[in-house]
Write a protein that binds this ligand. Structure first.
Ligand code: GAL
Length: 677
């Protein structure tokens, strides 16, 4: 049941973005890089990401000699390469000769040469030029033994409003809706006389038109995903036509708002992503660690197989408001935590600090000082030595029994909806807060999409699922009927996939019956206000931001509001449905209620952490398995010594010592233990 990033190289990857193209006039540095890579225990370099102007300095004039040497040298040193397609930044000659390759802003302004991610995904010329350089790279390096993967472009993102993109949007809408009448109905265009006579009249949302048609806003974002994926597929089809067996990836950015990564994941062989959390060096780092776990879970769940951390910094970044150093030990804890959640590679941006331009003060493995004697280099090298001992973990997977549902269209619809708290509905924070209750208990969680198979899970936690199609409602219904526990919250199933409100009482899409409640109204509180919620056993909890006024129809009430005109009305319910249970939490709590209800659900479904002992706050555990052996990473994300106790007998993966009874974890220590399943 193992799944590999590359069948031919079954080691944890350690290395990062290598930009020799910035150093071609410094041959002594390039040869020193090879010595240092070995010293840093690195086995992978991602090469050529922004190298187009060095590869094709003038139109049709190619220069690969420097790259030949780089690949040969890396291989001779035992390393491997993710070879990039350079489409993330185009050369000046291309922009000058074919201005159509540059993006047009929502206000219709054609951009000039400069920056990266400044190209139109629709432009036939851009596609043609990208195809030429990609093919050349594939033909020249397809058989090079160093190359173990294609790094397709870099962090796809952004949108273009040129005439070609607008026309493509209209075509996409025509394909989706068939007739303009149908589109008018689905977008509710009788409102404000917004009816169109033909698809040709439709513009993308912008200040020149408006942002008031929410269905159009959501469709535009869906189209941007479609067009980006189309461009990516074009890039991939070229390299695959020459090198069908070299796996492809593109580096993602976690919960990045404007692209539905589920669509991207369908067309790449493995997922990779870039992660730059903020670490303060104090107790708040527990939340950063929890968030890191959550995003890793999303990235792993996209393909349900190991992923690669394509970029992180070994020390600091240069673009946060305050660019603080990672405290000693944090980078190692962060990296091993990432492996715990399914990464088979820990790679850096970047290998060596640039000498000039905007990233010269961004952290890197090799400092401007240039030697292996820096604090950062030493930590990287020590981490690399540990990762080398983890070959047996490569390819193992996570078998979660708990899932959280995350849907990009839902996020787009909810964040954009005019109502509730208008500016910030805190969907992400809410999702994160529910995840945190699971993370701190050491529960393995998949973060899945409405399209995924629900049947392998026992629990689904699905907060603020505003947009639920009837089809999706049926899936959730079957999940509960068949014995699952489903938890939803306020603002559930209010609109369908077209952003049209469900009629007949919320939650819609058939979920009123599943939860056994009717949500009649929602009260949005001012930030300084709160309500109190009381459970049957007398425990009290705070309600903030949202209090829905719900009626129990067949559900059992487990908590009620204690003040305001809806005092006494249900605030949380559970409904037995088929052989499962549907929990509804009608208010936003401040963490304690979520904790209590998650505890109940996990007990009912008999779900435990893969580590059998109690976990103090800030210590957690996550697991990977090949079906025969379970590997558990016990992670101390606090700055204190912590103790945990196990009743089982384990083997420490790194030193093969037996472990049982009390285990002492140093500050920020992660230990990896295993036993037969
Ligand atoms: C990433 C990008 C890298 C580098 C890095 C700096 O978003 O892919 O090229 O700019 O940020 O943190």
């Amino acid at each position: 049941m193992r799944k590999y990033v590359n069948e031919g190289f079954k080691h944890i990857l350690h290395g990062g973005d290598y930009n020799p193209d910035q150093w071609l006039k410094y041959p002594e540095i390039l040869s020193e890089d090879m010595r240092l890579m070995k010293a840093a225990n690195c086995n992978e370099m991602s090469v050529g990401i922004f190298a187009w102007s060095k590869l094709e300095p003038n139109e049709g004039e190619f220069n690969f000699e420097w790259l030949d040497k780089v690949l040969d040298d890396i291989y001779a040193n035992g390393g491997r390469v993710f070879l990039a397609t350079p489409s993330g930044a185009r050369p000046a000659w291309l922009a000058e000769k074919y201005p159509e390759v540059l993006r047009v802003t929502p206000e219709g302004v054609q951009r000039r040469f400069g920056a990266r991610h400044n190209h139109c995904y629709t432009s036939p010329i851009y596609r043609e030029k990208v195809a030429i350089i990609n093919r050349k790279l594939a033909e020249r390096y397809g058989n090079h033994p160093a190359v173990i993967g294609w790094h397709i472009s870099n962090e796809y993102g952004g949108e273009c409003h040129c005439d070609k993109c607008c026309a493509a949007f209209r075509e996409w809408l025509k394909e989706k809706y068939g007739t303009i009448e149908n589109l008018n109905d689905k977008w509710w265009n009788d409102f404000w006389a917004h009816n169109y006579n033909s698809f040709d009249q439709i513009d993308p949302p912008s200040m020149l038109s408006d942002y008031g048609v929410h269905a159009r806003n959501i469709d535009w974002l869906r189209f941007v995903t479609h067009q980006t994926v189309d461009f990516m597929k074009h890039e991939i089809s070229v390299v695959k036509s020459v090198t069908p067996n070299i796996p492809t990836t593109t580096n993602l950015m976690g919960f990045f708002r404007t692209l539905d990564y589920r669509e991207i994941a369908k067309y790449i062989d493995f997922v990779s992503w870039d992660n730059y959390p903020v670490w303060h060096g104090d107790e708040s780092d527990i939340l950063s660690a929890s968030q890191t776990g959550m995003v890793n879970d999303l990235m792993r769940s996209l393909k349900q197989q190991p992923f690669v951390l394509m970029e992180c910094t070994p020390s600091l970044v240069n673009w946060q408001a305050v660019n603080k150093l990672k405290r000693p030990g944090r980078h190692t804890a962060f990296s091993l935590q990432t492996v715990a959640h399914g990464a088979d590679g820990i790679l850096y941006f970047q290998w060596r600090k640039s000498r000039g331009s905007s990233e010269k003060f961004h952290g890197a493995v090799v400092d401007h000082e240039g030697s292996e004697n820096t604090r950062v280099f030493k930590e990287v090298s020590a981490l690399g030595a540990r990762l080398k001992k983890l070959d047996e973990i490569v390819g193992t997977v996570t078998e979660a029994k708990v899932a959280m549902l995350y849907d990009w269209s839902n996020r787009w619809g909810l964040e954009d909806a005019q109502g509730f708290q208008r500016k910030d509905k805190k969907h992400y924070e809410t999702f994160r807060a529910w995840y945190h209750t699971l993370w701190k208990r050491g529960i393995d969680v998949d973060i899945i999409s409405p399209e995924d198979d629900f049947s392998k899970y026992k629990v689904i936690v699905d907060p603020m699922h505003y947009m639920v199609s009837n089809e999706m409602g049926d899936k959730l219904k079957s999940f509960v009927k068949d014995g699952g526990s489903l938890l939803c919250t306020y603002i559930t199933a209010m609109v369908d996939e077209y952003d049209l409100c469900h009629l007949g009482g919320f939650p819609g899409a058939g979920l009123r019956e599943v939860f056994g409640i009717w949500n009649e109204e929602i009260d949005t509180l001012f930030p300084e206000e709160s309500n109190t919620v009381i459970m049957d056993d007398g425990r009290e909890f705070r309600a903030v931001d949202y209090c829905e006024l719900i009626h129990d129809e067949t559900a059992k009430v487990i908590a009620r509001y204690n003040s305001d005109f809806y005092s006494g009305m249900p605030a949380a319910t559970v409904n037995e449905y088929g052989s499962g249970k549907a929990y509804y939490v009608a208010f936003r709590d401040t963490g304690d209620f979520a904790d209590s209800i998650i505890n109940t659900i996990l007990k009912e479904q008999n779900i435990n952490s893969a580590f059998d002992g109690d976990l103090p706050y800030g210590v957690t555990a996550h697991s990977r398995t090949d079906g025969e052996t379970i590997y558990v990473f016990v992670e101390n994300h606090t700055n204190d010594i912590q103790k945990v106790t196990t009743k089982n007998s384990w083997i420490n993966v790194e030193n093969c010592e037996s472990i049982s009874g009390e285990i002492t974890l140093n500050p920020l220590e992660v230990i990896i233990i295993k036993k037969k399943c």
